[in-house]
Design a protein around this ligand. Sequence first.
Ligand code: ADP
Ligand code: MG
Ligand code: ZN
Length: 481
Amino acid sequence: MTTQFEPVIGLEIHVQLASKTKLFCACPNGVGEDTKPNTAICPVCAGHPGVMPVLTEGALSLAVRAGLSMNCVTNRRSTFSRKHYFYPDLPKGYQITQYDEPINGAGYIEITFGPKDNLQKKKIGIHHAHLEEDAAKSSHFADYSLVDYNRAGSPLLEIVSMPDMRSPDEAYAYLTEIKRLMRWVGASNCDMEKGELRVDVNVSLRPVGQEKFGTRAEIKNLNSFKAVKDALTYEINRQTEILNGGGQVKQETRLWDKEELVTKPMRSKEDALDYRYFPEPDLPPVVLAEEWLENVKKTMPELPASKEARFEKAGLSAYDAGVLTSSREISDYFEEVTKSGKVSLKTASNWIQTDLLGMLNAEKKEIQDSPIPAARLAELLEMAESGKINRKQAREVFDEIWKTGEAPAAVVEKRGMVQVSDEGQLEEWAKAAIAANPKAVADYQKGNKAAIGALVGGVMKMSKGKANPRIISQMLGKLLG
Ligand code: ADP
Ligand code: MG
Ligand code: ZN
């Protein structure tokens, strides 16, 4: 007999803060691949002896914003420590990191997961989120290695979750939410390809119904959401087999091999490094003035969960509200389109999701660079809602103004697109369509109501798309009895 196991998952995420400067010096932060190696450095971030680190306010305030977005307690006092280890990408021989007194204490975020039409929500605890400096970047070749210190000293926020997740899907949803929040408050761009978000996952199994956690494995340095999901799925299967075979899971650190799609041991708990943490003598405790903190809070935007709840309350489905708050810019765009009250939320939601985001994705553009600004889409949708033009015509106008940047009204005018709602003309077309398609008529009268679609299509063709399809189908229904 095999036991049923439940996975227990906790994540440690490093995000690179989007501050202008590094954590302890005025060097530019996040310069990227196109900057020459080892040019964005100074004696502080290059780890020369005797230099003095100075905490930069930009990084600190982004860390606090990030914490507030995750409902964390902002600690009025926090400190830095030295974490010792030797590696060429760490010239000082120690990393400056917050250890026992982090800037952000406990908090939580709410994740959304499950099928589109049955979304579930769940709170995941945040244990704490602390500041630390990044190491340099090494590249290894066959017989030599290179180190680029441009990244050394960049500010990282390490976000440590509580072991509250129970499936790879929940872990995926957690990552999605962390990324949305960090971008929303401007704390980090979270571009995984640039290494701005890096993930370690911890996973253990316990028999269903047991409270005590099992022994965990930690999988380090996953650099895509998919890798996180795949590594967790693999690791859950691996541990299930061990436990069902009567064995025991070893507490160890493992690595994800993205070629072979397996996790491999890296080091066991017995080889755990002793980092010999001690308080950083060159940095005084960070003590926040209430006024400073109030100022940071004042510049916080409305958070996505709050907007999402508002959109749902106004009548959108949970799924739609989620898509429309997937970024702050999309949510602002949606609100701009609907603010006049003349475009229904559902109409705006459909157009933004299907038409606008579809085109933007195809052209790899962000909504803030949309060739159709929100005010223009609002104008177009108002014409469609009032019945001046129909859906099909509206899409034609959409495509045209996407290319030309013209005003929607000008395109409607130029193309002579006004919709025909004149009953006499419509009735004439409806009768002609009935005469031309006896099969659809017979089907309809046998009870196949969908057959009316072919007749509406006939009228649309005769009218060159100018008939009002809603009035047409009502009229056809009446004529057919
Ligand atoms: P360490 O400092 O050794 O990395 P922590 O106690 O700080 O250990 O926990 C690191 C992460 O591991 C946290 O996200 C936590 O939620 C998670 N975690 C702790 N215990 C377990 C467990 N038994 N199973 C799964 N995850 C766990
Ligand atoms: Mg850890
Ligand atoms: Zn520097």
